[in-house]
Design a binder for this molecule. Sequence first.
Ligand code: ADP
Ligand code: MG
Length: 729
Amino acid sequence: MSHLRFKAVEEASKRKAVEVTAPADKTSDYFGKYVFDRNTMRKYLSKETLKLVLNAIDKGEPLDRQVANHVAAGMRMWAMEMGVTHYTHWFHPLTDGTAEKHDAFVDFDGSGGMIEEFSGKLLAQQEPDASSFPSGGIRNTFEARGYTAWDASSPAFIIDGTLCIPTVFISYTGEALDYKTPLLKSIGAVDKAAVDVCHYFDRNVKKVFSYLGWEQEYFLVDEALFAARPDLILTERTLMGHESSKNQQLEDHYFGSIPSRVSAFMRDLEYECYKLSIPVKTRHNEVAPNQFELAPIFEECNLAVDHNLLLMSTMKKVASRHYFRVLLHEKPFKGINGSGKHNNWSLGTDIGVNLLSPGKNALQNLQFITFVSNVLMAVYKNNALLKASISSATNAHRLGANEAPPAIISVFMGSQVSDLLDELEASRELKDIEVKEKTGTRLSLNYIPEILVDNTDRNRTSPFAFTGNRFEFRAVGSSANCAAAMLALNTAVAGQLIEFKKEVDRLIESGMKKEEAIFTMVRKNIKESKPIRFDGNGYSDEWKVEAAKRGLDCETRVPVIYDAYLTGQSVDLFAETGVLTERELHARNEVKWEQYTKKIQIEARVLGDLAMNHIIPVATRYQALLLENAAKIKLLYDEGKALKIAKQDLAIIEDIAEHLDFIKTKTDEMIEARKVANKIENEREKALVYCEKIAPYFDEIRYHIDKLELIVDDEMWTLPKYRELLFIR
Ligand code: ADP
Ligand code: MG
């Protein structure tokens, strides 16, 4: 018998690495070739226009229509020289990924001919007919219009002959319908709040940037094998498949040598990234077979988020040139590690000081400890919110499994910093710090630099870890838009810094000296946020018990986790920082619940189809073969002997019957449960029923399918097996 599986296995086994050649000798020669960056602007914009644009980017000054016209003209000229014919506003709706709608530059010239047209108006704002993007009820029919508006702080770029202009996406009434709008607001909020706190230490600070360096994990699968797995095509994960006898237990993949096909893909991808100014730097194999990682040099948060989204779409395109499919799903394969995105985050001033890095003198170190303790407090107070920001139907498979952070947010500080925090908490005096300021010698705060230079004790089990000069938010999902996590974190930290400053000012007003007031509040932070600090093994069951005792949020049901966005505390936080209104928060949660339901619903359908159309027919056919064999034995031998000879056949026949019975019964039950769930109108309630009543069938049904995979004749099995999907050579 020849079916898709064997053709695919054969095709995949014959593939060779696809040749790639570098676009130029040096990376710097073509870095940013497709980006309207500062260098390009200098060539295509007048001095005056350039100055105004840079003021808008660097200082947030408004851009008027006239300037937009000049920029549009320069952009168009550059783009046309690059062979571009179309332009698009590129935005991040509340679904996964990005959206774009292309328009040609052409327009009638008014006298019967055509001209290339691109005005400031078209650059600055558009009204795409994007009414099917989720809005959570904000865009009712009477106010259905959605607008995209130019984000000048992220440069335009060219993809496949189209000029892409990064934009925000908002409703007619000004509400955010995307990730970028609140992200930009959160960046502004943390900038302002952090600058205010920096002024205790240095009056010259004018701006504080939030930085992001993401690490992107992903899987590659051969295109032909992918095509033979309907579950991968429709859900990006395998809904069934028995573990391969060998998978990651030998730990021979991690940092191992990269297979030549993959290495060609990686180089090709890097060339494309460089042309788009994505500063990718690190590549390596990950823990699981076929799993890899890529990380850039960190950048300002908004740009880094755009670059991550651009990377994810570029990866998919480049992969197909190499006959691969990229899986960004958090858990494509059972029994081996899933993929995440580690968001390395820090705050830095416009004069180049990393606020999360220890300094050279006492004052700088007090500043360092001030920011670290405020981040701790922010994460502590908002641990449920931060978890909500990274939770999704797909990431839920990864969190809590024994290879990824648990569904509890805690912070790992490392023993040295922990000791220091404990010491500060215990100390009664500030005199030490004052002395140190003058003499620059000895004392607790002064010894941080030496220790941190070599901060190597990392804890891979922690969802939020301090790594010497930044925090690493590791619970983010590999397929997620980083913005969701970053805007929650920036907002939480902004809110905390605002409160910190209020209290310090109050103490100063009541007569306390500035340093002492700061120190008092730092100690209060350290003390109160203590329950969030955990340096032990986050995978252990003891931690779950302990975390609950500490009052940390331990909820594991995703639809309920989302409630954290709507608590009084979160609503106040987002309102005070001006990042999202209560109405926006409600609308966004509606979208989240709806997305959750849809994801589970699709998986349930695919699982049902595969069970009925692939698994049951194949297992029945094999069973029939065995029955036929047993019947023939019966013809040849007397009953006693026949039963003896056919004993194993009969045992397998019964085994198969049992599994089939279970699969069919449970699949029917699951379909019935869906019918009930689909009648529910309330999105939260519906998502919760999908979570509690439908998703649990997946593992139950799968268990029996995977057992059948071990029993049924390999020749007959139609779906590529894990051992075939997972080992690219
Ligand atoms: P590891 O796997 O050891 O955590 P990687 O080199 O893979 O380290 O990734 C570290 C990421 O952190 C990179 O994107 C790097 O640019 C980023 N990073 C380094 N310093 C900072 C910082 N101060 N702020 C934000 N990101 C940073
Ligand atoms: Mg890391």
